[in-house]
Design a protein around this ligand. Structure first.
Ligand code: FRU
Length: 476
């Protein structure tokens, strides 16, 4: 297929060429953010998995690096995590980067014994440039569970152990270890809790504090079964004592309601910041999106927090503040009155395809931001007051015919109560991310217009927008 440079994001990571899915082994070390990723370097669709590698000083300008991990006799290299082994617990060397990943063996998969996914190690002593697989792989053998993968490892300070959070078909299994090499099962969680429309994948477990109190967040990606179809990211908030996770509520919660945020987990070693990044696609159609010579990108990295609404604790996700460093001189407008429809394009001078838009409506009422072009294509991002829900409608935003599940108007409940809302939109060539109510409701959606959507309108019956800020975002 012909190249589609018009869909190439500037500040979201995408591989130079070929297939990409889950982010893996995200870690901060010596001033550099490392992003590894599920990669098939020989084709445009999912295939034998490698770990690709990219580095960034700021989470937004990425430099692709040589492939980190190649498939071997034990199988493909599926998703997993990286830790910095500061105290040399594994004996690979002080401050070794240790990757804990799933070996997926396509040969034994065919035997049907359900033992083809096992956890293995690799380490790097040169900041991720070269990797050595551990001779004793696999370190955690499959007891016979069909889906047994995506280890996320972190250091549990209170018990002074490594904890592995593993996706095991329809639940999460926790393991612990003192050396990353021998693992003991601690407990299982979730077989009868949360959403179960599909298999549980790519989990994460980490503490967050709110008003001086520590809560543990357990992220569980799920495919299919997301609120808008296909792949999605649910989470639980509760307690973790190094052995068991106890949720504080049985409400099913979602980190992102849009169709295109999957397999997200957080960075290791970022101090008090908790940074989440997902794959900006959906298994429903990720193998068919009309981009070339690459397929799929990552979401913008997001800083996570907690917020209480009523009796419930929710995650908040906001774009990392580094995004504002990419902002070019823009336009700020105050007290804009929208009666039915207002075309802001002239006031914004020109509407590009990579920008940040911040908007504060004065009252909580129905509104829409409409991005369109002269071809009659439009992407509508809005809030429906009677239904108390946000939505992104990409049905007419360009190409949709590559997969019947792509076109859609996707919705998300407003979780915040009272007050007017505020929102941030991040647009990057072929994606939009909506962050509202201080990050309580988030939606991510990809779209593929035949020409850039260079017109920006606001729609509302009668609304005053207190403040609007538009700034082009420049990447590399
Ligand atoms: C999630 C996933 C993981 C697996 C990887 C394989 O998207 O299915 O569970 O490790 O992709 O590429």
């Amino acid at each position: 297929p012909p190249a589609t440079p018009q869909y190439r994001p500037a500040y979201h990571f995408s591989p130079a060429a070929h297939w990409m899915n889950d982010p893996n082994g995200m870690v901060y070390s010596k001033g550099v953010y490392h992003l590894f990723f599920q990669h098939y370097p020989d084709g445009m669709v999912w295939g034998p998995m490698h770990w690709g590698h990219a580095t960034s000083p700021d989470l937004l300008t990425w430099q692709e690096q040589p492939i980190a991990l190649f498939p071997d006799s034990l199988g493909y290299i599926f998703s997993g995590s990286v830790v910095i082994d500061a105290n040399n617990t594994a004996g690979f060397g002080p401050n070794a980067m240790v990757a804990i990943f799933t070996h997926h063996d396509p040969v034994t998969e065919k035997l049907g014994t359900n033992k083809h996914q096992n956890q293995s190690l690799a380490y790097s002593l040169d900041e991720g440039k070269t990797w050595t697989k551990y001779q004793g792989n696999p370190v955690l053998k499959n007891p016979g569970i069909q889906d047994f993968r995506d280890p996320k490892v972190s250091w549990h300070a209170a018990t002074k152990k490594w904890v592995m959070t593993l996706a095991t078909k329809d639940c999460i299994t926790f393991y612990s270890s003192s050396d990353l090499k021998s693992w003991a099962k601690e407990s299982e969680f979730g077989a009868t809790l949360g959403a179960h429309g599909g298999v549980w994948e790519c989990p994460d477990l980490f503490p967050l504090t709110l008003n001086g109190q520590t809560h543990w967040v357990l992220i569980v990606n799920l495919n299919p079964g997301a609120p808008n179809g296909g792949s999605g990211t649910q989470y639980f908030v509760g307690r973790f004592d190094g052995h068991t996770f106890t949720p504080s509520s049985t409400t099913t919660k979602w980190a992102d309601y849009g169709p295109d945020d999957y397999a997200g987990v957080t960075y290791h070693n970022t101090g008090s910041r908790r940074i989440f990044q997902g794959w900006m696609s959906n298994w429903d159609y990720s193998n068919q999106v009309p981009t070339s010579p690459w397929r799929n990108a990552m979401t913008v990295p997001r800083e996570l927090g907690l917020q209480k609404v009523g009796a419930e604790l929710y995650l908040t996700s906001r774009p990392v503040p580094e995004v504002s460093k990419l902002a070019r001189p823009g336009v700020s407008l105050k007290t804009i009155r929208v009666q039915k429809q207002l075309d802001l394009t002239p006031q914004l001078k020109s509407v590009g395809d990579k920008f940040e838009l911040k908007l504060t409506p004065q009252t909580l009422t129905t509104w829409a931001v409409v991005l369109s072009n002269s071809q009659g294509e439009e992407l509508v991002i809005g809030f429906d007051k009677p239904k108390n829900e946000y939505y992104i409608d990409r049905r007419k935003a360009g190409k949709t015919d590559f997969n019947t599940k792509f076109a859609g108007r996707h919705t998300a409940p407003r979780l915040a109560t009272g007050g007017p809302t505020e929102l941030t939109l991040l647009v990057d060539a072929s994606s939009v991310e909506l962050f509202t109510d201080q990050g309580l409701t988030v939606m991510t959606s990809t779209f593929f217009p035949s020409q850039p959507l260079n017109k920006l309108q606001l729609r509302a019956a009668d609304l005053t927008v207190t403040q609007l800020r538009y700034a082009p975002l420049a990447g590399k």
